[in-house]
Structure formats: C-alpha cells, structure tokens
Design a binder for this molecule. Structure first.
Ligand SMILES: NCc1[nH]cc(CCC(=O)O)c1CC(=O)O
Length: 328
C-alpha cells in the first residue's frame, strides 16, 4: 500500500467540505487513502476587504507554497479564487464536475429580490454582486460584508441585514440551502468566472500524480471555466472585479453536416460575459457561441467584444492603441 495522499485545504467549513468531497471521489476511483492537511491562508486570518489585501491570490498562495515545499501532494481550491495566471511549477490536474454556478439570495421572511421593499439592506463583499444588484434599479442598499458563510447568514437571522447574496454552491456544500429565498437568474446576476467549480492542483514534476488526478477531471467543466477565465484574464481582472462570466456546454441546435453518418453530436459552448460599473450605471453584457474545443478563443473573443463596448473604462484596461497610419 502506498502512503496516504496528503491533500492541502483551507480550514474553513466550506473548504473542508469541498476538499473532503474531492478526497472521497479520489479514494472511490483509485482506492488510495487521502488525508486532509489544513493550511491557514492570509485570506482566512484577515478581515479586510479582499480588494485591499491583494484580491485573488490571498486564499491560494499558502496552499501553493505547501505544494511547492512538499508538505502536501495535492491542493483543492475554489476555482473562482484562483488567479488566472499559471503558477510556476504547478499543474491544474483536474477540474471536477461543477456544482450550480448561480448566486442565491438569502433574505428575511422568504422574500425574493423583487419583493424586498426599496431601501432594504443586502450584504455582499463582491464588487460584481453589488454592481449587478444596483443595476437592477430596485433601490436596494448594498452593504459591504466579509466573513464566512455562517457569519453572513447570521446577519440576516439577527435582523442586521434584510438579505445577503452568496454562491449557491457554497450553501449547498455546507447544507444551508434551506436559507435560500431566490436562486438568481444569470441573465441578471451573472456568476463569477469559475464559480461553483473546484481546482485540483499538484506539482508539475509529479507526473504519476498528474495522471492519477485526471480521474476526477470533467472535460466539459474544464472547457467552460477555461472560457470564463480567459475572459477574465483578457480583461486583466480578478475575483474582486465587477466581471461576470458563465459558460455552459450543450448540444448545438444545428445538425452537423455529417449527421446522417451518425457522427458524434457537436457540443457547443454558450458563453456570457458582463462588466458592470460600481454604481450599476454602465452594464455591458455580451454572449458568444462556438465549438467547445474553442473555449479559450471564445473567452478571448467575448472579452474583446466587451472591450469594444466600453468595458475597458470600467475595469481599468487601456483601449487598444489606434493603429499608426502612414501619413502621406
Ligand atoms: N469568494 C469566497 C468564495 N469562494 C468560493 C465560494 C463558494 C463556492 C464557489 O463559488 O465555488 C465563496 C463564497 C461565496 O462567494 O459565497
């Protein structure tokens, strides 16, 4: 028998729940014992707004260090917290099948967004969620909050806030779906790139492990998050940017030329993107569709369409310099 696989995880209830899920799936598929190793990240000990403490990397850097110095063999992250840049020496070995990517409202008295009276307080620490809430024009008062899922939900139970917006996937993993009063339509509240998906990372030089971890990879989820994260990277943004993206694969609604020969059905990727200014006044939304194999190109194309519509001014990306003309 080989030694147990050491799986690095943050120590929050949510992180432990999703890491245990991956550990169980790995054991079920390979028979290998997996032991969780808790690693504290800066994002766990600081209560400052994420945007002020370095944004995307704060939850993952300590886990990555533990991988690189050999304290753990595998790390599991929430994919939406993973910076878009490749990490030196590390490989994204698996992206397991994603959970529901949508955001959910947990409000007092079973109320939906449309039922909350004007002036109601809705807590979120996410610029993406607050911008989209304001864009709805419901006259809600968005209140910045941080803390774990239980802390946020308790602010509604205590009457401190009228509602909070959280990821459905996180609530599901914690067994708190009973608090959800409305699952939000992605057309109005586009999720964060990678939301609901997990990232399973290991060292690139551990070739055998890279192969083994592939048993929990879902290529369709991987393609979808690749499109979403490419969009985010082109917009030069992180998880604390007012950028939403959601891609879903489905059978195309046209028959491929060779359908009569019984060729495999073409999977199409439907990708939506949104960039919303903090006050909700600028609300740019676009979508593209194409073959799932072109996930990266689709994400890039969508990002450029958003930039063409003025997204650069919202996310702080310079518009492409006008091409120099030969002056005659
Ligand atoms: N930014 C924190 C974070 N990272 C992942 C999740 C939930 C699970 C997921 O989206 O995969 C959450 C909490 C939330 O946004 O409500």
């Amino acid at each position: 028998m080989s030694d147990p696989l050491r799986l690095g995880t943050r120590g929050s209830k949510l992180a432990l729940a999703q890491s245990q899920g991956v550990a169980d799936a790995l054991t079920a598929a390979t028979g290998r014992e997996v032991r969780l190793v808790e690693i504290t990240t800066y994002g766990d000990v600081s209560n400052e707004p994420l945007a002020g403490i370095g944004g995307t990397g704060v939850f993952v850097n300590a886990l990555r260090e533990a991988l690189l110095d050999g304290r753990v063999d595998v790390a599991v992250h929430s994919l939406k917290d993973l910076p878009t840049a490749d990490a030196e020496g590390l490989t994204l070995a698996a992206v397991p099948t994603r959970a529901d990517p949508r955001d959910a409202l947990c409000a007092r008295d079973g109320l939906t967004l449309g039922e909350l009276p004007p002036g109601s307080t809705v807590g979120t620490g996410s610029p993406r969620r607050s911008a989209q809430l304001r864009a709805l024009g419901l006259d809600l008062e968005v209140v910045p909050i941080r803390g774990n899922v239980d802390t946020r939900l308790s602010k509604v139970a205590d009457g401190e806030l009228d509602g909070v917006v959280l990821a459905h996937a996180g609530l599901a993993r914690l067994g708190r779906l009973d608090s959800v009063t409305e699952v939000l339509d992605p057309l109005q509240m586009l999720p964060a790139p990678g939301q609901g998906a997990l990232a399973v990372e290991c060292r690139s030089d551990a070739a055998e492990l890279v192969n083994m971890l592939a048993v929990v990879d879902d290529p369709t989820t991987r393609a979808a998050v690749l499109a979403e994260r490419t969009l985010l990277a082109v917009l030069d943004s992180g998880c604390s940017a007012p950028v939403g993206a959601y891609a879903v694969a489905a059978e195309g609604d046209y028959a491929p030329d060779d359908a009569s020969t019984g060729a495999t059905v073409q999977l199409e990727l439907y990708v939506r993107g949104a960039v919303i200014s903090g006050d909700g006044a600028v609300n740019i939304r676009k979508s593209v569709t194409g073959p799932v194999e072109k996930a990266e190109e689709l994400g890039r194309q969508l990002a450029h369409e958003l930039l063409d519509d003025g997204a650069g001014a919202v996310v702080g990306v310079e518009p492409p310099a006008p091409k120099e003309e030969n002056v005659s």
